[in-house]
Design a protein around this ligand. Structure first.
Ligand code: NAI
Ligand code: 13P
Length: 343
């Protein structure tokens, strides 16, 4: 089968950058955007405004504002709208989608209302549709400049994962496969919470030690929740787990980290989101992760403190004090049974 035609739904930073990868790989690419002003701006300037400054959009990328027109005659539908809008987009295309069109999700989040991952939304809305998720350490700003990047694509069906691997792979965009859809989706979503926290630490004026602590203890709590939710714990040691956590906690491209920095410096949430001007998935994911931790009985102290900062107005300095003064722990507490270990 010919997989050379792809439609990208969502023309923000990520959708545009992935559109560039696919075009450079010889695919025919359609880019759908909801807003006519954005369409007009790209036509007029050849660039995508604030979403990807300084990057030329090749004329080969066909622009659409009509989503039904856009998905026609394509083999792959790539989702790059913010997570909370994905169900709305799927519902819109549902009556028009063909059974062999593969949905590839590249958004990183969990639906707030239902607490569902994107593959679970697909199960509800389009259960027979072929599905894969693409995730990993990959800032749009670098991908759009052909800087070496590695990602992972997960699907329950090996054939689909390998098809999507071939479609995206270029000499600068290397794609691995993984069967663990839950792990890849959860790693990509939950790292944004920790990155937001790492940003807060930076905004408070802390250093590399605090960031390393948040990343190391953060991946542990991500893996704890992920395991309870059916993911393979090994996935969190991979590109969509620790890999994405590293890039998001350390890069100034990260919207989540930058938002955290502003909060750490004393801005409120409204000012922060306005200043970032792009989706900060970690805000809603913090809320969902906090609730999921309670539901599954999992200790997630970092997530809990970030939740209280965002949603209950806790002073970030108090959040740090709380984390530092927790009762003493064994580093491997969930692996080592302290009552039964000779030590
Ligand atoms: N920017 C990046 O480097 C990366 C982003 N992602 C993920 O990709 C997803 C999108 O992120 P970005 O492109 O950064 O966001 P963005 O804020 O740059 O763009 C989001 C786009 O979605 C559009 N949009 C908003 N509401 C919509 C709706 N109801 N219907 C249709 N379109 C709508 C906006 O107009 C905008 O064009 C997020 O889940 C993010 O976590 C994943 C990897 C890298
Ligand atoms: O997921 C990302 C990089 O892999 C993008 O993270 P931000 O949304 O924080 O920019």
């Amino acid at each position: 089968m010919d997989y050379s035609s792809v439609v990208v739904l969502g023309a923000g930073s990520w959708g545009t950058a992935l559109g560039l990868v696919l075009t450079s790989n010889g695919h025919s690419v359609k880019l759908w955007m909801r807003r006519k002003e954005q369409y007009d701006l790209i036509i007029k300037t050849g660039k995508n405004g604030k979403y990807l400054p300084g990057i030329e959009i090749p004329k080969d990328i066909q622009l659409y504002t009509d989503i039904i027109d856009a998905i026609k005659d394509t083999k792959i539908i790539l989702l790059t709208v913010p997570t909370q809008k994905i169900r709305e987009v799927i519902k819109t295309i549902k009556p028009f989608i063909k059974p062999d069109q593969i949905i590839v999700n590249a958004a990183k989040g969990i639906e707030q209302k239902s607490q569902l991952r994107i593959s679970q939304i697909m199960q509800e809305e389009l259960p027979s549709q072929p599905y894969a998720v693409l995730s990993g350490p990959s800032h749009a700003e670098e991908v759009a400049r052909n800087m070496p990047t590695t990602v992972v694509v997960a699907s329950e069906k090996r054939e689909i994962a390998e098809t999507i691997q071939d479609v995206f792979m270029t000499s600068t965009f290397r794609v691995y496969t993984n069967p663990d859809v839950a792990g890849v989706e959860l790693g990509g979503a939950l790292k944004n919470v920790i990155a937001f926290g790492a940003g807060i630490a930076d905004g408070l004026g802390f250093g590399d030690n605090a960031r390393a602590a948040l990343m190391t203890r953060g991946i542990r709590e991500i893996a704890r929740l992920g395991k309870a939710m059916g993911a393979d714990i090994a996935t969190f040691a991979g590109l969509s787990g620790i890999g994405d956590l590293i890039v998001t906690c350390t890069s100034m491209h990260s919207r989540n980290r930058r938002a955290g920095i502003l909060i750490g410096k004393g801005k409120n949430l409204e000012e922060t989101l306005k200043e970032i001007g792009m989706v900060v998935e970690g805000i809603t994911t913090t809320n969902v992760a906090y609730e999921l931790a309670i539901k599954h009985g999992i200790e997630m102290p970092i997530t809990e403190e970030i939740y209280k900062v965002i949603y209950e107005g806790r002073d970030p300095k108090d959040a740090v004090t709380n984390l530092m003064s927790r009762s003493r722990k064994h580093e491997m507490e969930e692996i080592v049974d302290m009552n039964n270990v000779e030590w």
